[in-house]
Unconditional design. Sequence first.
Length: 336
Amino acid sequence: MSTCATASRETAEPLAGTAATAPTWLLIEQTGPWGAKALTDSHLDPDIGRALEAATEGTDVRVALIRRPGRHADCHGVSRRRLFVAHTSPGRSWIRTTTVTDPRAALGLNFAALGAGEHGGLWEPYTGEPLVLVCTNGKRDRCCALLGRPLAAEVAASGIEAWEVTHIGGHRFSPTLFVLPYGYAYGRASAHLVRDAVEAARSGRIAFDDCRGRSAWDRPAQAADLAVRELIREERADALDVVRTDTVRPEPVRADGHGPVSGPVTQGSPAWAVSVAHSDGRTWRVTVEQRADGAPAPASCGAPLGPPARMTVTSITAIAGLTAPAWLTAPFAPLS
């Protein structure tokens, strides 16, 4: 059986810069089956789901449903459910949690403040192991169920704090997951990769292998962060921050892609200049282009073939005169 994950793996599609963009996540425990649009197509009251979608629009908060790995009985009566809110910006990563009997309680949250990284003492601080969320929503894409559910079960059986999650983007990179509190996403995951990612997160680091990027940033910034990390072999999650991202006016190119610019032309690829700062004061300007020149592949199972858009780092230049954020130059201490 051909799947989008198989096609992506066979063409070695790059993973960097493909994580979902969401500085803050609201995670609501919901047992039972999930539909393609889980907030309004599950055993969560669809009125609550629609209200959450409306309340979080434009706030940098992304809502997802979670459940414990394993078999999911088709039962509507859930007496208590776990809620998490997690913010993933460098130097300000946190997780807050509570248990409720009625998920309507989430509608009273200050989503604008949460999206900006301010929890205001909400609920209780989460002090447990790093949270691993594995996408398993087969109604969004069959790869997430076929590859994600066995991985989630295996990881949970090993004692890791694992949850299934409805959707974190990138079906073709299944199994996909992200790890909180730092919010780095991974693709084509194995149980070994998950163990490495969790062990790294325990000490405030990230794992390099099959990393897609940090969800706090947009995709050009994700790619830039990972490129600088690879260059200097920096594993500490909060050692780097993206200071700014500027759109670069693309250079016109000939329609046939050859020779000097004369005659018929097309716009060049979208491009960005991303400024990345290190806690030791070093800074870099990273040029990132969005390209679509890879081998044609489906974005998800059943989708038409097409060249996938990918973030390509074209240059990394060390620069001077850019001031890093004050928090970034403070002594580094991993999350306990």
